[in-house]
Design a protein. Sequence first.
Length: 254
Amino acid sequence: MVAAPIGVGKCSRPRRPKRSYNGDRGGRMKLLIIEDEAKTASFLKRGFSEAGFVVSVAFDGVDGMRQIQTGAFDLIVLDIMLPGMDGWHVLTWLRGAGLQTPVLILTARDEVPDRVKGLELGADDYLVKPFAFSELLARVRTILRRPPVREATTLRVADLELDMDGHRATRAGQRLDLTGREFTLLSLLVRRAGEVLTRTLIAESVWDMNFSGDTNVVDVNLRRLRSKLDDPFSRKLLRTVRGVGYVLENPDRA
């Protein structure tokens, strides 16, 4: 990840930013650049600052996730080949946490499968190094001109309903008595309904970026959740995929 000459470059819950971009006039929007190469990061920070943005920099994936958790950013510029935790994991964690902050991947990985993977994981754009800063800036402004994604305040799968604002979960009209951690875990499963989630992904999304303990804690917490979510009901929603992880399924669509 080496920068070209100037002018041409090559888990507490995250806060949700308020979008206030005013087209090309700027609006002191906050950008987070996650880039491990110091010269490239400095080049990007200077360029975006001169364009009117407030810029923060993280030099690895772990620090990037920490800043996302403690700050509110309007857009993230994300490299893939990062030390500690790569950009794929950062993006997976971000979307798994339900955060819709726009992400532009900026990387030297130029293969089509990498581009497809980035977009399918939830990136809003993908730009390959080397790049012209003017194009990068135009892409960032284009993303920020899009209407913000309005997140659903009520999520449903079959007869399960989550009120995200009220932090309430009901099934077949009956309220589920969940702890805060269980509600966070269930909201992740609901947002990714139909998708098998690995224990590692669940641990990174529901606990935090520093989670490094035995992933048995995931199984223990999911057993407790299942006792409230499924055991009292005839139709089961939560399924264990042996050796892989867990999936929340809608039996109405089976």
